[in-house]
Design a protein around this ligand. Structure first.
Ligand code: PLP
Length: 395
């Protein structure tokens, strides 16, 4: 008999996938321009031209065996040096190339990190709502996922609830800021308070608690300054990063996981990361893409375009009467469902060719997520549809 657990996972389609497949079918039937598909977090802004130019330059100048050959399991050391230097300068934080592991995007960073840290029966605490794959990643690593609802409607961290949820079994607290699906960005004050809480709980239980931060949306931030660098606030910290969203390269599968040098057992944690990468077959992230991001580190797509989409969609929906959480980052708008059942609302929205994702699978009921990484025209044309949909509730 084959693995029943994997069979179940493979057969189970995610809600987002199901809606996006429905969207593909509808686009064929009535034309793509008539479907307002807000289901997928696939960047709508092209990668900068420098990406193409860099690939051409690398192909024309490098020995093909270097270009396409294996790097070390953890990745190309020169690229890791570039990343480490950029972290040191941007965040005034220690960072070592020898503690950076190149990965196939954020998903691989998280899986490798969780396998490196978790022993069977331990717990991963995550503020909800959260990216649904976290449950799959945590459970595959042998952990139980414990979700802790954020404050509503801001979706800021709820520290009292976190305190209650942290137990002697807690090994990892997994954070995602800017957040998918709410667009919330956790404030430095709340993160410092969380760090104090974790240090207190470590002492109380005599355990080690790691903060794992998932940061594919770091540069998609619409506030002042930058998103707090969590390793500056808490020692036992690992950061998962991906170029999927910031450079619009989700299909190329490139990112990294770094262990903070301030982590007291950083060398052991990194060795466990290498072991996890080895056991999962996540070694040597794509060589060409490692070189590309090494050359272009610090560059982003024109993320200001997302800000314009956010402003347009947020103000139009508020004016119509929808209750929204003003997003501070990422490219998602979190909207309160005008009826209790978000599935029923999303189903009703389909009548107007609006494809919205009920947030139940993100761990919170009564909301839908709109991915506004779509063309400006889609947003503009969708507004009458949103208006007509709301009219149904006003009757
Ligand atoms: N984490 C979050 C919060 C995400 O939203 C996503 C993708 O949408 C991922 C991780 C996975 O990113 P990647 O494509 O880099 O694996």
């Amino acid at each position: 008999m084959i693995s029943q657990e994997m069979l179940r996972l493979g057969r189970q389609s995610s809600v987002i996938r199901a809606i996006s497949e429905y969207g593909a079918k509808r686009k064929k039937e009535i034309g793509a321009e008539n479907v307002f598909d807000f289901s997928l977090g696939n960047p709508s802004i092209p990668a900068p031209a420098a990406v193409r130019d860099t690939i051409v330059e690398l192909c024309e100048t490098l020995d093909p065996c270097k270009l396409h050959g294996y790097t070390s399991s953890a990745g190309n050391m020169e690229v890791r040096e570039v990343i480490a230097e950029s972290v040191r300068t941007r965040f005034h934080a220690p960072c070592e190339a020898g503690l950076i592991y190149m990965t196939c995007g954020a998903a691989a960073s998280l899986t490798v990190a969780l396998h490196a840290l978790i022993n069977p029966g331990e717990e991963v605490v995550v503020p909800s709502p959260f990216f649904p794959e976290y449950r799959v990643f945590a459970e595959k690593a042998g952990a139980t996922l414990v979700d802790v609802p954020c404050h509503q409607p801001s979706f800021a961290l709820n520290l009292e609830a976190m305190e209650k949820a942290i137990s002697p079994k807690t090994k990892v607290v997994l954070l995602n800021s800017p957040n998918n699906p709410t667009g919330a960005v956790y404030s430095e004050e709340s993160l410092s308070a969380l760090a104090d809480l974790l240090r207190k709980k470590e002492k109380e239980f005599g355990t080690e608690i790691y903060l794992l931060t998932d940061e594919p949306y770091r540069e998609l931030y619409y506030g002042e300054g930058t998103v707090p660098w969590i390793p500056n606030l808490y020692e036992r910290c690992l950061v998962g990063y991906s170029y999927s969203k910031s450079l619009s390269l989700p299909g190329e599968r490139i990112g990294y996981l770094l262990v903070s040098p301030r982590c007291p057992n950083a060398q052991d944690v990194f060795a466990a990361v290498c072991g996890a990468g080895r056991s999962l077959g996540f070694v040597c992230a794509p060589s060409l893409w490692q070189l590309v991001v090494g050359k272009l580190n610090g560059l982003t797509s024109d993320v200001e375009e997302y800000r314009k989409n956010k402003d347009l969609l947020s103000s139009a929906l508020s004016e119509i009467g929808y209750v929204i959480t003003p997003p501070e980052g990422a490219f998602y708008l979190f909207v309160k469902s005008p009826e209790e059942d978000a599935y029923a609302f999303a189903e009703r929205a389909k009548k107007y060719e609006l494809l919205l994702v009920p947030a139940d699978s993100f761990g919170v009921k009564g909301f839908v997520r709109l991915a506004y990484c779509v063309s400006r025209e889609t947003i503009e044309k969708s507004i009458p549809a949103f208006r007509a949909l709301m009219e149904e509730y006003k009757k």
